[in-house]
Every structure is written in C-alpha cells, then in structure tokens.
Write a protein that binds this ligand. Structure first.
Ligand code: PMP
Length: 389
C-alpha cells in the first residue's frame, strides 16, 4: 500500500518538531503566568518568549500581540464598530473584500446585513477603483482585506489598500493566515492596524492564533471579558502549550521562509505544467498574478470538485475543493464566484497546496492521480468556457 500524499497544507499543516518540543515543555510547566511566584514566573517567561517570537516574525512590537483561539477569533475580535486611530472619528461601517474567509464575511460584531463588499477582478485581485468608490464621500470605514487568499494564493496589494483607507480616515484589518510563513510580512511597512494569524497553518497546533493590534488604535472591545490577561483584550488563563507551539512555529517559519519559497516554486511549476499537459483544457486560476508559492487552484470544463477530491483521495492524495472550512457543502467556491469564473469552472475548483515536506515524488503521484481523475470525470472540452480566461 503506497504511502498517502498530503497536499492540503492550506487547510492545515503537520506539526513542526520545534513546536511539538515547545508544547511538551509548556505542558510540563505547572505555573500560571499571572502568578507572582517562581512557578508563575517560569510560565510567564514561556508566554513572553512566544509573544516576542510572534512579534519578531511580523515586524511588530511584542505588546501588539493578543493571543486567541485561532484566526477565526482574531478576525471576529477585530471586526467591531467604534474603532479609531488617535484623534480620528470612530468607524461605524464595514467594507470587506468578496474573497474573505467566512469569519470575516460574517461581519464580526457589525452584523452581516450592513457589510459592504469590495469586488475582485477575474484574477482574484481586489478592485482598487471599486474600493475608492466605497470609501468616498461617506463616514470612515473599517476595511478588511486578506493578504493572500487561501484558495487561489493571490497576494493582495495591501499597501495600496492601506493608502486608500488612511486617506479616508479608516481602519484596516488584514487576515494574514494564508500569507504568514510564505512571504515577508512587516506590519509597519504594510501600515495596517490589525493582522490575524493562525498557528496550524505554519506548523503549530490547532486552536491558537493571534491578533496583532497597532499601538495607536483605540476602541477595541474584548470578546471575552473577565481577568486582565492580554492587557484586558482577551480574558482567561492563557493556552500556554498552544501559545508556546505558535511561538516556536513562527520562529521556524521565519527561518525557513526563503527555502520554502524556492522549494515550493519549483514543485508548483512541475505540478501546473503536469496538470495542463495531462488535460490541456485545465485552467490554473490567477496564474498571471502574484501568488504565494505553495497554492494552485485549478479547474476544467466538466470537472466536479467534490467528485475530483474523492477521486484523488482514492488514489491516496489529499487535496481540497476550495477552502477546507466550506468543504462538506456542495457549493461553488465564493472566491471563484467573485472572480466570475462562471458556474461550469466554479463547480470544479480543486486546490492543491504544498509545504516544506512536499517532494517531487509527491507531485508526480498527484499527477498520476490527476490522469485517472481527469480521464474519468471530465466531459467534453468546452472551448467557449476556455476562451474567457
Ligand atoms: N482565515 C483564513 C484565510 C483561513 O484560511 C482560516 C482557516 N481556514 C482562518 C482564517 C481561520 O483560522 P482558524 O482555523 O485558526 O480559526
């Protein structure tokens, strides 16, 4: 029985050895980080070291880091009316891009019904002119745009977004989950107010993440109230093993980022060339724009994503249809819908995402599986659909 091949790294990654060691060490530490005695100080040191590591990996100050139960909580914590920069007017509107994660599209504490949606173009890049239109001549808004999309891998022009949001006195939140560990991120160079990350996408454990909050931002109201942990921004005794794992994973991800980029770039080129060589009608979405190194979203006329994912799985290959959070629902990806991919291609979107353990042999195994899946699932090639891309 050949070994399975895991190519769904955007859904979650294997645990890094450094993270596992840090988790075990934290589990074996008895103290509560809030206690003043020696045991407490030992636990506090673990917390401080993790905070420093996360901050350093994002060019941020340690006090900007609020540890959370993951990026979902970080996103919802950030999306709250009344935020403002010092001396600026509080934001009462929310604008989000059409391709955000469900936790952003839900609107946090704004309420889904008042959200304004900023469209993307056919390549999945935010439409800056449309964003200008949404920002103009209205009260300042909180804007949420992800740094890289988890389905297509497209890197968004966040500096251009930030410039526009600033010019209108607004506040900017960036979901950096899919970009963290893959591209260089410096929170002050990007000029964003909030940035969300998740540990399990970079080799840390599931169920822990962080929201980074710029120093001059005011009006953040906690989701969880009680004790004064995380400077009153998130009450409750800290998830020390998880946080230690996040810190160690962030450090390892930063150290390995350049290598990962080269490694994944080469493997992805092999993958995408192979996919198209096997089935020439294959469309690789967003191929012509800046993408993180590890993500390929593809489709073909006649392909059904859910059936394709099962087909790959039967061949021992783990891939996904669109985002993992929406798998289980047989619905076209909202990202492909926003890119106006058309129903036939949108229903076939399959995502293959790579990581530091992916090998050339894994790619070749995936291509062998694709040969079978494509042969059995794809109907007739429809040139009218292809012409549009
Ligand atoms: N944002 C993006 C872009 C994601 O891919 C995910 C995870 N699927 C999340 C947010 C939520 O992260 P978590 O699993 O830590 O809640």
């Amino acid at each position: 029985m050949p070994q399975r091949v895991y190519l769904d790294w955007n859904a979650t990654t294997p645990l890094r050895a450094e993270a596992r060691d840090a988790i075990v060490a934290a589990l074996e530490t008895c103290g509560n980080p809030s206690s003043v005695h020696g045991e407490g100080r030992k636990a506090r040191k673990i917390l401080q070291d993790a905070r420093a590591a996360v901050a350093a990996s994002l060019g941020a100050a340690p006090e900007s880091v609020v540890f959370t139960s993951g990026a979902t909580e970080a996103n919802v914590l950030a999306l709250v009316p009344g935020l403002h920069r010092t001396h600026a007017q509080p934001v009462e509107r929310l604008i989000v891009s059409a391709i955000e994660h469900a936790s952003v599209l839900s609107g946090g504490r704004f309420g889904r019904e008042i959200i304004e949606i900023a469209p993307v173009d056919r390549s999945g890049v935010i439409d800056l002119t449309a964003l200008d239109g949404l920002l103009a001549d209205k009260p300042p808004a909180l804007v949420s745009v992800m740094l890289a999309n988890n389905e297509t891998g497209v890197v968004q022009p966040i500096r251009d977004v930030a410039q526009r949001v600033r010019a209108h006195g607004g506040v900017l939140h960036v979901d950096a989950v899919a970009a963290f560990g893959k591209i260089d991120i410096d929170i002050s160079a990007l000029d964003v107010d909030f940035l969300s990350i998740s540990a399990h996408k970079i080799g840390g454990p599931k169920g822990v993440g962080a929201l980074l909050v710029a120093g001059d931002l005011r009006g953040l109201r906690p989701l969880i109230t009680g004790g004064g942990q995380e400077k009153g921004r998130r009450a409750g005794t800290e998830n020390l093993p998880g946080i230690a794992g996040l810190g160690a994973a962030a450090k390892a991800a930063a150290a390995g980022r350049d290598h990962l980029t080269g490694h994944c770039d080469a493997l992805r080129r092999r993958l995408e060339m192979g996919l198209k060589a096997i089935l020439p009608s294959t469309i690789v979405f967003s191929e012509g724009v800046d993408r993180v190194c590890n993500t390929t979203l593809f489709s073909a006329p006649g392909l059904h994503a859910e059936t394709a994912v099962i087909g790959f799985d039967l061949e021992g290959i783990a891939v996904s249809s669109g985002s993992a959070c929406s798998s289980g629902k047989v619905q076209p990806s909202h990202v492909l819908e926003a890119m106006q991919a058309g129903p036939e291609l949108a229903q076939g979107g399959v995502r293959i995402s790579l990581g530091w353990e992916t090998t050339e042999n894994d790619i070749d195994r995936a291509l062998e599986a694709w040969r079978k899946v494509a042969g059995s699932l794809v109907k007739k090639n429809d040139e009218t659909v292809l012409e549009r891309f």
